[in-house]
Design a protein around this ligand. Structure first.
Ligand code: F6P
Length: 341
C-alpha cells in the first residue's frame, strides 16, 4: 500500500513521534510505502510530498515541531479540494491518508472521507479539547512548560511582593491553565468555561495580602472571559481561516488588578513556548501508540475514523462523532483545583 501522512494546524510536541511510528509500523509490518505530504492540506491540494523511509525518521522521536511542515488553509480551498478528492489522491499515488491534527484538520478529514478519500485521523492539540479522546499528545508537554513557568513566577512574585498573571494557551477550554495551575499551585485559575468576576478576583488577592501572603500568581487561559455585567472585555475578531483570535486577557487583568488594589501586577504571556521543544515521555508514548493504531486502521479499512484514547486503550471512533465537539472542563474539576488563597 502507499500511505500518505500529513500534519495540519498548529504544531505540537509529539507530531514527529506519530510520523515515526507510522513509518515504522507501515514499512516493517506491512511493507508499505509512506509518503510525507508537505505543509498539511496545502501540500495535498498542491500535490507536494516526499518519500518517508526508515532513515528519514531516524532521530525524530524527541524532536518538537513537524518534519513535514504544517499550514493553515482557508475553508473555501478545502471545500474546493474535497470536490477533487480522487484527483488529489491520484496525483500523489496514495491509497490512504493519515491526517494528524486538531478539530479543523479532523473536520477536513471527515469531508475528504465523505468524498471517497480513504482517511484515518489522528487527534493532536496541546489544548486537550478533542471530545472523542481522553487525551491528546502535546498537552502534557504544554502543562509541564506552564507548571515550570508558574514555579518560577512564584519566587519572582514573592521576592517583590507582586501579583503575576500567567496567560496560558487555551482558546475555548481551560485544560492547560487548569492542569498547570494545579501542578504549579497557582493561587487562582481562570478558564473560559467559568466566566470570572474581577471584583471577586481582586477581593481574594486582597484577603491574601491582608493575611501577610504578599504575593499572588494567577494561571489564566487566553480564552478566559469576564462574567456578563462585570468587566468589559472583547476578545479579538476572526482571522482569515475563520478562527477567533485571542490574546490580551493577561495584560488587561494585570492592569485591572493594579488599578483596584494599587499593587504591582505583571502579565506574563507564555504563548508558543508551550508548543515548542521536545515532547514529554507521556506525549511520546501516546503519539507512538496513535501512529501504530492509525496504520492498523488503514489495513483494517477503518476509514473515516480517528484513533482515540479511551481509558488505557486506543479505540477507533467515527470522525462524524467527533468533529466540532469540544471537550470542556467540567465544573467539578475546576472546583477540585481551587485552593485556599
Ligand atoms: O490549538 C492549539 C493552539 O496552540 C491554541 O492553544 C492557541 O490558541 C492556538 O493554537 C494558536 O494558534 P497559532 O499558532 O495559529 O497562533
Amino acid at each position: 500500500m502507499r500511505i500518505g501522512v500529513l500534519t495540519s494546524g498548529g504544531d505540537c510536541p509529539g507530531l514527529n513521534a506519530v510520523i515515526r511510528s507510522v513509518v515504522h509500523r507501515a514499512v516493517t509490518a506491512y511493507g508499505d510505502t509512506v509518503v510525507g505530504i508537505l505543509d498539511g492540506y496545502r501540500g495535498l491540494l498542491e500535490g507536494r510530498a516526499r518519500p518517508l523511509e526508515l532513515d528519514d525518521v531516524h532521530g525524530v522521536l524527541a524532536r518538537g515541531g513537524t518534519i513535514l511542515g504544517s499550514a493553515r488553509v482557508e475553508r473555501e480551498r478545502i471545500r474546493q479540494g474535497v470536490e477533487q478528492s480522487a484527483k488529489l489522491a491520484a496525483v500523489l499515488g496514495i491509497d490512504a491518508l493519515i491526517a494528524i491534527g486538531g478539530d479543523g484538520t479532523l473536520t477536513a478529514a471527515e469531508l475528504f472521507s465523505g468524498a471517497g478519500l480513504p482517511v484515518v485521523g489522528v487527534p493532536k492539540t496541546i489544548d486537550n479539547d478533542v471530545e472523542a479522546t481522553d487525551a491528546t499528545f502535546g498537552h502534557d508537554t504544554a502543562v509541564l512548560v506552564g507548571t515550570e513557568a508558574i514555579d518560577r513566577l512564584k519566587t519572582a512574585a514573592e521576592s517583590h511582593q507582586r501579583v503575576m498573571v500567567a496567560e496560558l494557551m487555551g482558546r475555548h477550554t481551560g485544560w492547560i491553565a487548569l492542569h498547570a495551575g494545579m501542578a504549579g499551585g497557582a493561587h487562582g485559575i481562570l478558564i473560559p468555561e467559568r466566566p470570572f468576576d474581577i471584583e471577586e478576583v481582586c477581593r481574594l488577592i486582597d484577603e491574601r495580602f491582608t493575611r501577610g501572603k504578599n504575593f499572588t500568581v494567577l494561571a489564566v487561559a487566553e480564552g478566559a472571559t469576564p462574567a456578563p455585567g462585570t468587566m468589559e472585555f472583547q476578545h479579538g475578531g476572526r482571522d482569515v481561516y475563520g478562527h477567533q483570535q485571542f490574546g490580551g486577557i493577561g495584560h488587561r487583568l494585570a492592569a485591572e488588578i493594579e488599578n483596584w488594589l494599587g499593587k504591582e501586577a505583571l502579565p506574563v504571556v507564555l504563548g508558543h513556548v508551550q508548543r515548542g521543544g521536545t515532547p514529554t515521555a507521556l506525549d511520546r508514548v501516546l503519539a507512538t501508540r496513535f501512529g501504530w493504531h492509525a496504520v492498523e486502521a488503514v489495513h483494517q479499512g477503518a476509514f473515516g475514523h480517528l484513533t482515540a484514547l479511551r481509558h488505557t486503550r486506543i479505540r477507533l471512533v467515527p470522525l462524524t462523532e467527533t468533529v466540532g465537539r469540544l471537550k470542556t472542563v467540567p465544573p467539578g474539576q475546576w472546583v477540585e483545583a481551587r485552593v485556599v488563597l
